[in-house]
Design a protein. Structure first.
Length: 270
């Protein structure tokens, strides 16, 4: 019997948290996709600031640090992101102009692109507090970069890869439900005096159920199916971030293959 080819599907999406099912690949490759997604997919982040006016109570360094950590909308295709991974070029200018007539908080919604649009998907991130009469004006430049250089460029956080859980309730289960009480995620539960599996995808393979009733329940990981979990930080949508990760991995492997072919050809001609 031939094995099914690789496939990818969405298990769940809650807000900006995603669980993706990767099938037909090894855990090593699934983890490579996670690593590239986290540390190699480029995004824009504020990297240069000229303060035109700052009569607030805060040092410029402090304000600059807070501004740099605001996720900036990165409107690029996955091919453009991959191009910018290999040859970083993209940058975009922004402006910040806040004048306080009363005590107020400056939010990320004050960060504007040259066309006047708000530069972030998270406009309610607070930057600093101003008292009446204080002003903050700055010219900012966001540059393309990757998470391996600084976390401000990471498109995702809280990433993980696990084998897809397989939960088996064995014949010796007496439905005491001790394992269901121990389960921290609700993957298993007791209903009408019976132990049932609610959703294998909720399982984290923690093993706490097996500690309670090792004879009655067994949990293992499927070696050819994996769950990739991540939270988007706000620069990219999930489809663009994932396809950019795959494109970068593909081009990196293609480069290695080309170099290998050159070596093989050189050996043949010697
Ligand atoms: S391994 Fe952990 S998460 Fe999975 S079913 Fe058992 S207790 Fe729940």
């Amino acid at each position: 019997m031939t094995e099914a080819g690789p496939s990818l599907s969405v298990i769940s999406k809650e807000g900006q948290s995603y669980k993706i099912l990767l099938e037909g690949i090894s855990i090593a490759l699934a983890n490579s996709i996670r690593r590239v997604l986290l540390a190699f997919v480029p995004t824009l982040a504020i990297d240069e600031i000229i303060f035109d006016e700052n009569n607030t109570s805060f040092y410029r360094e402090y304000i600059a640090h807070r501004l740099a950590l605001i996720p900036i909308k990165t409107v690029m295709s996955y091919e453009e992101l991959a191009d910018n991974y290999f040859e970083p070029k993209a940058e975009v200018d922004m402006a910040l102009d806040a004048k306080a007539e009363k005590d107020e908080v400056v939010y990320a919604s004050e960060l504007k692109f040259p066309d006047g649009s708000v530069a972030t998907e998270h406009p309610r991130i607070p930057i600093i507090s101003l008292t009446a009469g204080q002003n903050l004006r700055a010219e900012l430049r966001a540059k393309i970069g990757t998470g391996r250089d600084h976390a401000k460029w990471q498109p995702v956080s809280a990433t993980s890869v696990i084998n897809y859980p397989i939960i088996k309730i064995n014949g010796s289960c007496e439905d005491c439900a001790k394992c269901a009480s121990a389960c921290p995620t609700g993957a298993i539960t007791e209903k009408n005096g019976k132990l049932i599996v609610v959703d294998e995808a909720l399982c984290t393979l923690c093993g706490m159920c097996m500690d309670q009733c090792p004879e009655a329940i067994s949990v293992s990981g499927d070696p050819r199916r994996h769950i990739l979990s991540f939270d988007l930080n706000g620069q990219l949508d999930a489809r663009t971030a994932l396809t950019a990760a795959l494109e970068i991995l593909n081009r990196e492997l293609g480069n290695i293959l080309s170099q290998l072919e050159v070596l093989v050809n050189e050996e043949k001609t010697q």
